[in-house]
Design a protein around this ligand. Structure first.
Ligand code: FES
Ligand code: FES
Length: 170
């Protein structure tokens, strides 16, 4: 079947078999190997991407279901050479050991912070419960997500180049 899907801002049209999983399409046809496979059972979350803005385990979605969709992988998160604040916070807080779970953890965390910009430790743990870290790095992962949350709230409150408020002129 022929599908057209936008991945990390680029539109791709490809022929895929009906049984092809999105994660295999991303990795094998598009070369997006930043999205990894950690299990065969939709358990580990290593393959998490954003699908029309929401995090999904890409091993539980068929590529044909992505026809017309907008997909973001870990490789599309940095903008203009700048790491996403969640990527930066994982780096700053040593929130990875082997790094295998990291792409999925980061994609899930970005989605979590969109829903809840100021999560408690418990809320972070709850939000990441579908993502497994075999290195048991959870303490630093939770710390990184809360660090990113604080920085993102800070920059939302004080935008560097905020436009003048509409209607503020007299
Ligand atoms: S590879 Fe998708 S959940 Fe484990
Ligand atoms: S850092 Fe190794 S699996 Fe999480």
């Amino acid at each position: 079947m022929r599908i057209t899907v936008t991945v990390d801002g680029t539109s791709y049209t490809d022929d895929v078999e009906p049984r092809t999983l999105l994660v295999h399409y991303l990795r094998e046809q598009l070369g997006k190997t930043g999205t990894v496979i950690g299990c065969d059972t939709s358990n580990c979350g290593a393959c998490t991407v954003h699908f029309n803005g929401q995090s999904v385990k890409s091993c539980s979605v068929l590529a044909v279901q992505a026809d017309g969709a907008d997909v973001t992988t870990i490789e599309g998160l940095a903008k203009d050479g700048q790491l996403h604040p969640v990527q930066q916070a994982f780096h700053d807080n040593h929130a990875l050991q082997c790094g295998y779970c990291t792409p999925g953890m980061i994609m899930q965390s970005v989605d979590l912070l969109k829903e809840n910009p100021d999560p408690s430790e418990e809320a972070v743990r709850h939000g990441l419960e579908g993502n497994l870290c075999r290195c048991t790095g959870y303490q630093n992962i939770v710390r990184a997500v809360q660090d990113a949350a604080g920085k993102m709230r800070g920059s939302a409150e004080q935008p560097a180049d905020a436009p003048a408020e509409a209607g503020a002129q007299s």
